[in-house]
Design a protein around this ligand. Structure first.
Ligand code: NAP
Length: 326
């Protein structure tokens, strides 16, 4: 058993999870279009990342059908087995891929999800995004059916707007089920959910916000500010985005400088401060799932849970990050 601390209830579910989980899109092995977003990570490295996350207190793992067409799920399951991490202790969340599909595929594909996860319970099944041929009502009916059949424990959504989230919540309630979570883009560079009603609706409905890309895909670590050329030769699509180019990096540099200033007072890193800030601002509503491309990153991200930022730190960072929202 790992040394879990700070367990929090994930929204309306009965899942007790750490504020930080491990994102595993990085385990896709470049198998499909989504998988080619990241450089290749070997099986050995993936196993070591999962083990390090677990040993340093993380008790849950986020994956998806879309990540390498099941490759991330398969790798995660093998990594959990290699680390002797039992199903009864780990919490696994996955996602149904909705694009060009009807709600019937939620039921049709669940067997495959169970097969790729090789015995690990699907504690949270999420609709990956709202871009489906199926209505939200039909999707939630299918998800509720899986809960009733005992194939999944809880239902979440991802990339849903406030209105879509409210609709999903209402539909699930018809079956006596509460919506557990909405997984959305949220980090110190992108705080849109604070202004577009998503965070407000989540708090009102007691739906957990699961923040994806909490490190802005590496930007908030500061390493690409120090060595901008290091991303150019990497595999993957990330380098094509403006935020990784010179102008984008200049825009975020003042925030990274502030993160480093605060980090120094706590013998921490900018990334650790960014994760801690994100997960401690909204009375436990926000969880974060940083991905890792190596073991050291997983250790460091997990250890961010030990940090105790002061009220003053939180406010200094709030101001620096608010500058980027204009
Ligand atoms: N629901 C959705 O639509 C959706 C969308 C995106 C992501 N997600 C989920 O959210 C998870 C996290 O998001 P993300 O992977 O997009 O972004 P992220 O967690 O912000 O960034 C991950 C990347 O940052 C770098 N990194 C992480 N920790 C570091 C550290 N301590 N020091 C230095 N570099 C570090 C690594 O890349 P390098 O080492 O290569 O720089 C790593 O691959 C994904 O794995 C996935 O599970 C969901």
């Amino acid at each position: 058993m790992n040394k879990q601390n700070n367990l929090r209830q994930l929204g309306n579910s009965d899942l007790m999870v750490t504020p930080i989980g491990l994102g595993t899109w990085q385990f896709s092995k470049r198998k499909n279009l989504a998988g080619r977003y990241w450089p290749m990570i070997s099986d050995e490295e993936s196993y070591s990342i999962v083990e390090a996350a677990w040993q340093n207190g993380i008790n849950w793992f986020d994956t998806a059908e879309m990540y390498g067409n099941g490759e991330s799920e398969r790798t995660l399951a093998r990594a959990l087995q290699a680390g002797n991490i039992e199903d009864s202790h780990a919490v696994v969340a996955t996602k149904w891929m909705p694009i060009f599909r009807t709600a019937g595929s939620i039921k049709k594909t669940i067997g495959k999800r169970q097969e790729t996860l090789d015995g690990y319970t699907i504690s949270l099944h999420q609709v990956h995004n709202p871009m489906s041929f199926a209505s939200i009502a039909a999707q939630m009916k299918a998800m509720a059916g899986l809960v009733k059949e005992g194939k999944i424990r809880h239902v979440g959504v991802s990339n849903f707007s406030a209105a879509q989230m409210r609709k999903a919540s209402r539909e699930l309630e018809k079956y006596g089920i509460r919506l557990a979570s909405n997984q959305v883009h949220y980090n110190m560079v992108n705080r849109k959910i604070e202004y577009n009603g998503i965070l407000e609706a989540a708090r009102e409905l007691n739906v957990a916000i699961i923040a994806y890309s909490p490190l802005a895909q590496g930007i908030l670590t500061g390493k690409y500010h120090d060595a901008p050329e290091s991303i150019r030769t990497q595999q993957g699509f990330r380098k094509r985005f403006g935020s990784f180019k010179e102008k984008g990096l200049e825009r975020t540099r003042p925030l990274v400088d502030k993160l480093r200033e605060v980090a120094e007072n706590h013998q921490a890193t900018a990334a650790q401060v960014a994760l801690n800030w994100l997960t401690n601002r909204h009375d436990g509503t926000v969880f974060a799932i940083p991905g890792a491309s190596n073991t050291q990153q997983a250790v460091s991200n997990a250890q961010s849970m030990k940090l105790q930022l002061t009220g003053e730190d939180m406010e200094i960072l709030n101001q620096a990050s608010a500058e980027l929202q204009k």
